[in-house]
Design a protein around this ligand. Structure first.
Ligand SMILES: C[S@@+](CC[C@H](N)C(=O)[O-])C[C@H]1O[C@@H](n2cnc3c(N)ncnc32)[C@H](O)[C@@H]1O
Length: 271
C-alpha cells in the first residue's frame, strides 16, 4: 500500500491537535510501516483512517498499534547481571533508599524482572519503583501482571542466563493457561501514564531505564528526551538505554560518562 509523507503529516497533525499526542518526530520508516499495518488490518483508506481518528476509543487502539510493545523479562541477560553486580551496589554505597524509573515499561516484564532481581538481593523494600508508558492499554496489562504462558519459556531462558538464585516458576502461578506473576513483587510499584514527548520532568531518580523506546524516535526527539532524563537524574545517577541506542552524539553527552559500553549504562557526572 502506498502512502506518502503528506498523508503521514495529516495524521500526526490531527492526533496532535485533537488528542495531544505528538508523533511528529518518531522515526519515519517505522511510523509509516505501522500506519500501513493499521490500514491493512482495518481495511481502511487514509481518508477513512483520518475520520476514525476523531473517535477517542479508536485512538486507544491506534496508540497500541503505533507504539511497539514487544518486551521480555530479563531482556538482554548480561545487562541485568551488570545492574545486579555493579550498578545497584554502587548506588547503595551512597543511598539507603533507591529511586528507579522505568520509562516506556510496556506490559511490565522489565518491572517484574527488576522486582525479582531486587528481591533476590534482599533489598526490594528499600527501592521505590515508578513505571510509566504512553499507552493506557499496555499499562493496564502491566498492572495486571498476567502473561501468556508461552512467553514464560523465553522469560525462563533469559532468567537462567541472568543466573538468578531460584527459578522463574518461584514467582508465578499457572491459572487457566496464563502465568499470574506474584502481586507481592510489585505492591510498591507506582504505574503511571506519562508521555516522554509532551510530558514534564516529574521527579528525581538514582536510576532510569529507558530501553528500546528511543529507537523509535528521530535524533531531534532523542535529544529532547535525553535532556529530560538528565534533568530527572540525581547527580551521579545512572541511565540505562537499549543495546541499539546511544547517547554519545547528543547535546548532553558531556554530562555523562560511559559506565558500561556493551550494556549501554551511563552515569550523570554534571548538572
Ligand atoms: C519496545 S517497548 C520497550 C519495553 C521495555 N522497556 C523493554 O526494553 O523491553 C517500547 C515502549 O515505549 C512506549 N512509548 C513509545 N512512545 C512513548 C512516549 N512518547 N512516552 C512514553 N512511552 C512511550 C511504548 O508504548 C512501548 O510500550
Amino acid at each position: 500500500m502506498e502512502i506518502d509523507i503528506s498523508d503521514l503529516k495529516r495524521i500526526t497533525e490531527l492526533v496532535k491537535t485533537n488528542h495531544s499526542y505528538d508523533f511528529t518526530n518518531y522515526a519515519m520508516s517505522s511510523f509509516k510501516r505501522r500506519i500501513v499495518r493499521i490500514l491493512e488490518m482495518h481495511n481502511l483508506t487514509i481518508d477513512a483512517l483520518i475520520k476514525k481518528l476523531y473517535d477517542k476509543n479508536f485512538l486507544e487502539e491506534f496508540l497500541t498499534e503505533i507504539t511497539v510493545n514487544v518486551t521480555e523479562m530479563f531482556r538482554d541477560p548480561p545487562f541485568w547481571r551488570v545492574l545486579r553486580d555493579d550498578i545497584i551496589p554502587a548506588i547503595l554505597l551512597n543511598h539507603q533508599k533507591i529511586r528507579i524509573w522505568h520509562a516506556g515499561c510496556s506490559s511490565g516484564e522489565e518491572v517484574f524482572s527488576m522486582a525479582i532481581m531486587l528481591k533476590e538481593m534482599g533489598i526490594l523494600d528499600s527501592v521505590s519503583l515508578i513505571a510509566t508508558d504512553l499507552d493506557t492499554e499496555i499499562l493496564n496489562r502491566a498492572k495486571s501482571g498476567v502473561y501468556n504462558l508461552k512467553s514464560m519459556e523465553l522469560n525462563e531462558k533469559n532468567y537462567i542466563r541472568y543466573q538468578g538464585t531460584g527459578t522463574l516458576k518461584d514467582y508465578y502461578k499457572e491459572v487457566n493457561g496464563t502465568a499470574v506473576l506474584d502481586p507481592g513483587l510489585v505492591e510498591n510499584v507506582s504505574y503511571r501514564k506519562h508521555d516522554l514527548v509532551l510530558g514534564d520532568v516529574f521527579n528525581k531518580f538514582d536510576l532510569i531505564l529507558c530501553r528500546n523506546v528511543m529507537i523509535y524516535f528521530n535524533q531531534t526527539l532523542q535529544n529532547e528526551v535525553l535532556k529530560k532524563f538528565h534533568e530527572s537524574l540525581f547527580k551521579y545517577g545512572y541511565l540505562a538505554i537499549g543495546s541499539k541506542e546511544s547517547l554519545i552524539w547528543c547535546d548532553i553527552a558531556n554530562k555523562f560518562i560511559v559506565v558500561n559500553n556493551e550494556e549501554k549504562v551511563y552515569k550523570k557526572i554534571k548538572d
